[in-house]
Every structure is written in C-alpha cells, then in structure tokens.
Write a protein that binds this ligand. Structure first.
Ligand SMILES: CCC/C=C/C(=O)SCCNC(=O)CCNC(=O)[C@H](O)C(C)(C)COP(=O)([O-])OP(=O)([O-])OC[C@H]1O[C@@H](n2cnc3c(N)ncnc32)[C@H](O)[C@@H]1OP(=O)([O-])[O-]
Length: 723
C-alpha cells in the first residue's frame, strides 16, 4: 500500500498505492505513516518525496469507510488520517508532495501536512468534503487558511470547488508547477530544499493571516453559507471550522474541527450525500436488454462534432464540446445567435484562463448541411417540434457519413420516431442536456428501441468527457426526469385550486431544500413550453374535444390554470409576469402579484371551489409523493435501471437537494409503508387523479418488507426491463 525506495542516494520516494484513486482507508493511512517514520529513521535519507501510484496523488479518505459501507468504524478512518498528516508535518526531514491527477479531500490535507508541494500542470486540487455532507477533518480547515488566507480558504472549503494547478500556484497552495515529469521535478526540488529549516513550513505553527476586515469577512461568509445551504448542515459547519482558525490556537481549532465532524459524520444528510456520490458512479454502469453493457461495449472516438441550432440549448452544448477540446461545426441561420455563442466562448475562455482564440478556432459556423458531413456525431437542438425534427433526421441520414451518430436534444419527444425517419436507426440516441447546458452536470442518454450498444456507449462516454454524469434511460414521453415532473407540477396546480398560493407552495418546497419552488421554476423556464406540449397532446387550446369540461380531461381531473395564464399573455419571466410579477420582461426578482390572487379567487368562485387552509405537510406530501410514485412506475416499466438513476437525475437536473438524496432515497428514508398509506389517503380524497394511485412496485416493495434502497436494483432485475 505504501512503500519507500531510495532514489538519487538520499531521497526517499514514498509511493501511495490503493487503486483506483489511492483512497486513504484507515489501513492505508497507517501503512503510509509507518513508511514515513521508517524513511525518517533511515540515516541515508535526507529528504522525502511523496507521490501516488498510477498518475493520481490521492482521491481522499476512503468514502466507503466514512459511509459505513465497509466493516471499519468511520471514526477509525478519520483518526488514522489525522495521525498520518500530523506525523508527516512533524517529520524532521523535509517532505515534498508530488501531486499529479488529483489531490482531493484527505489527499489535499495530506499534501498540506507536507512541507512543500509540487504539482503537475494538469492536476486538480480541492476539499470536496462538503459535497459529502462532511468537512475536511484532518486539519484542513486549520491549515488551509494559514497557507492561502481566509477569503480563499472559506470559499474552497464551503463550496468544495477544486482548482487547477495554475490557480493553486496563484493562491500559494503549491510551490511549483511543472508540465514535465512530476516525480523528477519533485526529486530535483527536494534535493534543493534538503537542508532548509522546516519550522516555517509547518502550517500548524504558522500564525494565520489577519487582514483588517477579518471579522466582517468571517461574518459575511457565515451568512452566505447559511443562505446558500438551503438547510444543509455541512457548508455552515465548514465556515465555522475555518473561522476557528482565526480565533483559536491551532490545537483548539483542530479540536473544534473534530467536534463538528463528529456531529456531521453520522447525520442523515451525510448519509444522503454519500449515497448520491455512489449513485453517480453506479449510473455509469449501464446495460441493455441484449446483454451489451458499459464493460463489453466500447465507445467510438468523437474527434469532431456538429450542433444544429444555437438557441439556448444548442449554445450551451456547443460551449461544452469546445471546452472539452472537441472541434464543432455549428449550424444556425440567425446571426444574433452566432454573436451570443461567440461571446459565451470568450467568457468561458477567460474563466479557464485560456486565450479566446483557443476556443473560437474550434468552432466553425455554417449554413450548409454538407459542412456537417464529416462529423462523428451530430447533436440536433432545434425547436421542439416532432415533424421538424423528423424531417431534419431524414436529411441528416442522407447527408452525413454513414457511421455518424445522430443525437437529439429533445426533452420529451419520441426518439424511436426520429430513428425511424433515418436509414440508420441503430445510430440514433437521445442526448437530453439540461439548461444551461454548459453548466448543468446531467445528461439523460435516451436509448431507443433500436439504438446500438456503440451508440449508447458513445453518448454515455461523451457526456463524461464533457464533465457530466450520463444516465441511460429508455424512450417514453418525457423520459425519466420530465415524466416525473408532470404529476409534481399537477399537484401544485391542484393545490392552488384548493386554496394555496404560489408563494405558499414555493416556500414549502424551498424550505425542503429545492433551489426553486415549482412556480418560480415554471416562470423561469417559460409557461408556454408546457402549454405547447399540452396543446399537442389535445389537453389545451383548440385541440380539446368540444364539450370537454374545463377541469376534466379523459375522465380525470385537470387544472387549466397554467393554460389560462398563457392565454392572458403571462408566460413567466420573459413577459415580466407569470405566477409572479417581475420588474419587467426578463426580470428575475419575483414578487407576489395581487392580480393573480384576484384571478385565483374568481376562478375558484366560477368553479364552485371553496378555498381551505392547506398545511405544509400536505403540500410536501402531495407534490413529492406524486413525483416519487411516478418514479416507481418508471422503475416498474424499466425506463430507468434503478433508484440511483432517478435520484441522480433529480439531484443534478432538477435542483433536488443533495442532502435529501433524491426522490427515491427520500421516500425510502421516510419509510415506504408510511408513503404508501399517505398516497392511499390522498387517492381516496382525489379518486379522479390517477397519479395518486400507488404504483404496483411501491406496493410490492412494502409487501416484501421494504428492503433497503441498496437492494432495489437487484430486485428490479427480475421485472421487465428496457435497460
Ligand atoms: C477523514 C477526514 C476528512 C476527509 C474526508 C475525505 O477525504 S472525504 C473524500 C474526499 N474526496 C472526494 O470527494 C473525491 C471523490 N472522488 C472523485 O471525485 C473522483 O472519484 C476522482 C476525481 C478522484 C476520480 O474520478 P474518475 O472519474 O476517474 O473515477 P470515478 O469517480 O468513477 O471513481 C472510480 C472509483 O473510485 C471510487 N472512489 C473515488 N474516490 C473514492 C474515495 N475517496 N473513496 C473510496 N472510493 C472512491 C469510486 O467510487 C469508483 O468506484 P467504482 O464505481 O469503480 O467501484
């Protein structure tokens, strides 16, 4: 696990070995500590270089231990790591960290215990513990501010953001960056510093920097963390721990860090976030009914891509591709959009500290379909209109190379219908990005009935290359994410009919931890999007069969409230009014609108609906259980392979709070029998709402004694699966 060998006579080279990411399990930490002590005791050794095996320094503490998934008490992992970092820092001989790949979490804390840090130019460094519901508890919150100052330390610890080697150098986090061999550079560096005094290099003994505005800075950071945490405990604890570095001596700061960690480690929030971490890895292990899977189906290389349509979605997709270094041919007729995408690329280049040209030269704008001919993969991102898309796919099928993959960014339309319009249905898949596509981490890969393993593998792999988490789902209206949104939005609308207000419903959902309540979200994305879909489905507008009552469709309850707002020209933020009032068209600040409240009153009167007081619990249960119930149906039909897929989609694509794990994790945590009983209760009260009828899978799981969520995937394999 950790060996040392002597190189160039007096340099001890320690190699941390625990593939795939050299995680510091309790055993590995202890082993490395022993190796450090023996190297220090070796009189032939003057200086130590610490590196990781296989191109990675260290991915941090072993999350499986912290999450209680292996048979090692989590506190043992923490204390072994603390002891290791302390031993490294206390060494009487200089220790140089040679960082390549990543130094994350406990891995960076280990590097902070070293006296010098050398990084490869491509390395990434960070303290992502907060994303696991934890904090850096091997001295990271105390050493980092002593090295890089409070503003940077507060930001890095509370957000978990990782930085490039270049940024790390600018922050003072590393001493030197090399684009050559990091081990060689570190050994060279070590020989130069072998005789340097170490006192000032031990961060625990350094006084923390004290800028004049430190108190204000700490207060602002705490308030910001509280505001942004939306109920999550870890970001606030992170700031409290870093703040201790300003007010307490090192050992007492460390003590507080440990106490905060002891509170976070066994918390439900940390469990939920660690579940999310593993869920995001499980979803990469896709399989298809014929036996093809992530292991046996290699992806095709994508060295040139094309994007059709540079509207909101296409622009973000093009930027994502360019950022990943993939040349893009972008087809768009509207010159205004070309200017927008150019400006976006310039901004992105500045963010990544690259020259604008390095990005702009990767994009070729065109009006001609023949220029797409050479692409390995085309992503269509035109208007959401099935007939238009089918025409386009038919044309692409004749104008592109026969092996070009044809992908659609549709968010709900039938991928099989698009495939059927081509002469290569096996090379058609859905690639459903989420807006803004260069920011959002989720990609739904929609596998059509005829999509080939290579098409699925290539789309999944491309998503990963773009820095996203790809989730494979089967083709059905709305796929997994948008399909589950429908009953959720519907319940919210029914609640308005029954007496709630948009701000009441949103406040409950935002208190739960959603980035945005359902009505604010609908105003942001535009009410007309759903209106168009409902018109096409014969639910709204002129296509509704004559004689259909306003509040019923196909014998079931229907709320026309959103349609009525659209008819009043209230399309959301873009028109300056929707469920809320905004400063003007394009405004962002939502305020309650007296017009809407009058409108709701009149609507209720017109339909003989007597408003009643609706409590928070009912809002939460009706909205969230209806959504999760649809999730069970999706699992039952095999549209998604497991609860981890649905939870990943909701956390990364729909603002579901990670500290609550995702909709399926949430209902499992509440208890399936309780959820079933509440759904049965609501179903009795609303017999004309089919979405409240508990799904067969939920009933089945309850009948089986509510097995833990980690077993559902296996149980589902016995059911019909499209994946
Ligand atoms: C104690 C004091 C406080 C300290 C706390 C910490 O350090 S908390 C930790 C703070 N650190 C972090 O939060 C960093 C978490 N890790 C990452 O961000 C990424 O894994 C990566 C960037 C290191 C590599 O990305 P990549 O795309 O190349 O690879 P990939 O992501 O697909 O993973 C490959 C396999 O490795 C597994 N695995 C990974 N890390 C760990 C781990 N620490 N542990 C255990 N396992 C880990 C992962 O599950 C997967 O297993 P599978 O499915 O094959 O059975």
């Amino acid at each position: 696990m950790a060996q040392y060998s002597r190189v160039r006579g007096s340099v001890a080279l320690l190699r941390l070995t625990n593939p795939p990411v050299n995680a510091l399990s309790a055993a590995v930490s202890r082993d490395l500590e022993r190796a450090v002590r023996s190297a220090c005791a070796d009189s032939a050794v003057r200086v130590l270089v610490l590196r990781g095996h296989g191109g990675t320094f260290c991915g941090g503490a072993d999350i499986r231990e912290l999450a209680g998934l292996v048979d090692v008490p989590f506190r043992v992992g923490v204390s072994s790591l603390v002891a290791l970092v302390d031993a490294v820092e206390a060494a009487e001989k200089p220790v140089v960290a040679a960082i390549e790949g990543v130094a994350l979490g406990g891995g960076l804390e280990l590097a902070l215990g070293c006296h010098f840090r050398i990084a490869h130019g491509q390395a990434r460094l960070g303290l992502p513990e907060v994303t696991l519901g934890l904090l850096p508890a091997a001295g990271g919150t105390q050493r980092l501010p002593r090295l890089v100052g409070f503003p940077a330390a507060l930001e890095l610890v509370a957000t978990g953001r990782d930085v490039s080697a270049e940024e790390a150098l600018a922050l003072g986090l590393v001493d030197h960056v090399t684009d050559g061999d990091v081990e060689e550079a570190a050994v060279e560096f070590a020989r130069r510093v072998a005789d340097e005094p170490l006192a000032s290099r031990r961060l625990s003994t350094r006084p923390p920097p004290r800028p004049a505005d430190l108190d204000t800075l700490l207060q602002v950071a705490l308030e910001r963390a509280q505001r942004r945490a939306r109920g999550a405990l870890a970001p606030v604890a992170c700031v409290q721990a870093v703040r201790a570095a300003a007010t307490l001596p090192f050992t007492q700061g460390l003590q507080l860090e440990q106490e905060l960690m002891a509170a976070l480690l066994p918390s439900n929030q940390a469990r939920a976030m660690q579940y999310c971490f593993f869920a995001q890895r499980i979803v990469g292990k896709w399989s298809l009914p014929g036996g093809a899977n992530w292991r046996n189906s290699p992806a095709r290389a994508v060295s040139r891509a094309a994007v059709i349509g540079l509207g909101t979605m296409g622009r973000g997709i093009a930027v994502s591709l360019v950022r990943a270094g993939i040349p893009v041919v972008a087809m768009e007729t509207d010159e205004k959009q070309l200017r927008v995408v150019t400006a976006m690329l310039e901004r992105e280049a500045a963010k990544q500290r690259r020259s604008p040209d390095s990005y702009l030269q990767l994009v070729q704008f065109t009006l001609e379909r023949r220029d797409l001919g050479d692409a390995d993969l085309v992503v269509e991102a035109v208007f959401e209109d099935l007939a238009l898309k089918k025409r386009l796919f038919a044309e692409l099928s004749s104008s592109c190379r026969p092996d070009t993959l044809l992908c659609s960014n549709t968010s709900a339309l039938d991928v099989d219908a698009l495939a059927a319009a081509t002469r290569r249905p096996e090379l058609v898949v859905g690639m459903h990005f989420f807006a803004p596509a260069h920011v959002m981490k989720l990609l739904e890969v929609v596998c059509g009935a005829r999509s080939s393993p290579v098409a699925v593998a290539t789309a999944m792999q491309l998503g990963k290359r773009l820095g996203k988490v790809s989730v494979a789902v089967a083709n059905c209206p709305g796929f997994a994410g948008n399909r589950m949104l429908k009953p959720y939005v519907e319940q919210a609308s029914f609640l308005l009919e029954e007496g709630a207000t948009p701000q009441q419903v949103d406040a409950v959902l935002e208190d739960f931890g959603f980035a945005m309540g359902v009505f604010r979200m609908s105003d942001l994305s535009g009410l007309d999007v759903g209106w168009r879909v409902r018109e096409e489905a014969g639910l709204a507008g002129p296509t509704v069969p004559p004689g259909e009552s306003a509040r019923r469709r196909h014998g079931c309850r229907y709320s026309p409230l959103a349609d009525l707002l659209c008819e009043h020209g209230r399309l959301g933020q873009k028109t300056g009014r929707g469920w809320y009032l905004y400063e003007g068209p394009g405004g962002r600040a939502a305020t309650p609108d007296p017009w809407l409240h009058d409108f709701l009153d009149q609507y209720r009167r017109r339909h003989g609906l007597r408003p009643r007081r609706i409590d928070q619990q009912e809002v939460l249960e009706r909205c969230l259980y209806a959504l999760a119930n649809e999730g069970f149906r999706i699992l039952e039909e095999g549209v998604a392979a497991g609860p981890e897929d649905i939870d990943t989609i909701y956390v990364l694509g729909y603002g579901w709070p990670a500290h609550r794990g995702g909709p399926m994790y949430h209902v499992a945590a509440v208890g399936l029998p309780a959820v079933l009983s509440r759904l049965e209760h609501f179903r009795r009260l609303h017999p004309d709402v089919p979405q409240l009828r508990p799904s067969a899978l939920l009933r089945h799981l309850v009948a089986e004694g509510s097995p833990p969520i980690s077993r559902w995937r296996e149980l589902l394999k016995g059911l019909r699966s499209q994946l």
